[in-house]
Ligand binder design. Structure first.
Ligand code: FAD
Length: 284
């Protein structure tokens, strides 16, 4: 496989730095081709602004989505953004590795998504009509590729459990895994989360490498998280609400994962709701 590792930690001698080196070595030893986007080493520009759009007239108000659409279509994006998009096209698997900072990803990685996921690449893709609300949530530019998060946290596993004060880790990662990876088409593998990093000792470090190695060895055939695809009959269009007969009585992010008891509850791909056609694609 071609594997892209998008990595966000400022210190190469950190725990994350050691895990990154281990990951690259393990994947290469297994015969995979690996590229690393080390965002701090690259001095990645984290902020999307007018400098991203050389064609934008400085006196005009900046509409980021419009400017992104025009630059992507005209091939006038900045070289750093175009290079990352090319790496994504090349990759069969993309691993995003980062420490959890304020219950999310570090800003430099968020800025990678803001800038690399251009209009026409990461969103605004495909037919927008009464029956098909764009190629997204399971369809899109990155369909056919796999993605996986490798995340370290200071908090304990219990703090991120079902009743933990931080909230369940699957919920905290939902906006990333569902909103940023599944949205443009990735099949999202279960995350690899390293908790309680403040008390990591040599023994746990070795055990962590063993567990991570096993996950990396299995990436080609690990079952993805069964997120529901937008255009396959589970959602009403254009409301984009889950049909009432699916997961009745349930709520929360877990609604958007397929459940065995849903089989046969609805006619996928057939009974979409009529709605007027949209005049332009939206990202919402
Ligand atoms: P390091 O600090 O580099 O290492 C952690 C420990 O691992 C070290 O003390 C050492 O014992 C061991 N270690 C490191 N390298 C090796 C090695 N090569 N071999 C053996 N042992 C090693 N945590 C949360 O849970 N939720 C949050 O919302 C959150 N927000 C944060 C916000 C900010 C701005 C910051 C700075 C931290 C936050 N944290 C949070 C904590 C953060 O997630 C952890 O500090 C981080 O995940 C640890 O990863 P690291 O690579 O920086 O570890």
């Amino acid at each position: 496989m071609n594997v892209l590792l998008v990595y966000a930690h400022p210190e190469p001698r950190s725990l994350n730095g050691a895990l990154r080196d281990f990951t690259v070595a393990r994947l290469r030893a297994a015969g995979h081709a690996v590229q690393v986007s080390d965002l701090h080493a690259m001095r990645w520009k984290a902020v999307l602004d007018a400098e991203d759009f050389p064609e934008h007239q400085r006196d005009d108000p900046l509409n980021p989505s419009r400017a992104s659409r025009l630059a992507y279509a005209a091939g006038t994006q900045t070289d750093d953004v175009a290079a990352e998009q090319e790496k994504l096209r090349w990759a069969d698997l993309v691993i995003f590795q980062f420490p959890m900072w304020w219950f999310s990803m570090p800003a430099i990685l968020k800025g990678w998504f803001d800038r690399v996921y251009a209009y026409g690449f990461g969103y605004g893709v495909g037919e927008h009509s009464a029956t098909h609300w764009g190629d997204r949530y399971g369809e899109g530019t990155l369909q056919g590729k796999r993605a996986m998060l490798v995340v370290s946290t200071g908090g304990w596993a219990e703090h991120y459990g079902e009743r933990g004060i931080n909230g369940p880790i699957d919920d905290l990662l939902f906006p990333i895994q569902h909103g940023m990876l599944f949205y443009p088409g990735f099949a999202v593998l279960p995350p690899f989360v390293i908790h309680k990093t403040g008390s990591m000792d040599a023994q746990r470090f070795d055990a962590t490498l063993q567990d991570l190695g096993a996950r990396l060895d299995a990436v080609a055939h690990t079952a993805p998280i069964p997120y529901r695809r937008q255009n396959h009959g589970d959602y009403l269009i254009p409301a984009l609400t889950l049909k009432a007969e699916l997961s009745p009585g349930r709520s929360g992010f877990a609604l958007h994962c397929e459940r065995p008891e849903d089989a046969g509850a609805t006619a996928r791909n057939s009974d979409v709701h009529n709605a007027p056609a949209l005049s332009s694609p939206v990202h919402s």
